[in-house]
Design a protein around this ligand. Sequence first.
Ligand code: MN
Length: 264
Amino acid sequence: MDRIIRRPMSRRNLVSGLTAGATAATLATWPGLAHRPAAGERNAAFRLQSTPTTDVPDGPFTLEPLPYDYAALEPHIDTLTMQIHHDKHHQAYVDNLNKAIADLPDLHAMTAEELILNLDQVPEDRRNAVRNNAGGHVNHSLFWELMTPGGAREPSGALADAIASDFGDLAALQEEVTTAGLGRFGSGWAWVVIGEDDTLAVTSTPNQDNPVMEGGSPPILGVDVWEHAYYLKYQNKRKDYLTAWWNTVNWDIVNGRYEQVAAG
Ligand code: MN
């Protein structure tokens, strides 16, 4: 990540490199790695028709259905944006990841999280495609999960304590994330991570990069600031989107991720 808003994150892992041992240790703390959302059956009738293709492998990666209605986040995130974002953009990351590694069977047993933690194991001529598309797959899978309807409307427990300690209050954290998202020129993400000294930190990455690519911890929260995430409803008003987006965050999910990453 090239923009650190609050505190610099540890770069120790950059020095040591991502060894197999380090990877296993990091993965053990990756929240939701084994999580597979239930099929969003109610979405079936509304799913956009996929463009028939003959040259896209159907694996090893597949796109899980959105685990809730495309309309579930209205009015904050509109139905059409959710349909296109999930069924077209996320699908494209999955398809392009499968294409990128089609003839690299050694990589087929790895999860997308493992791939972005081990980009040095990807042949150089495919590395950027894997970085972008495995990154896109990981980031969007997290993004849908964070917006799962029905959860707590504010943090609690250890995360609430950490926010109070490191930011003062939730509004201050939200403001830093919004600032990070607005400051990201072009396309990218704003994140909350557990940074140096186990304190919470806000950061941002370009493109589909994820904080773990530079040795950071798995993010506990992230918001997509690509135009495709908001343009239909909010046009150029990224700030309005970011402000509205907080209404979709399921803090039970964020609490759980915080406790898992902090324990790791
Ligand atoms: Mn996106």
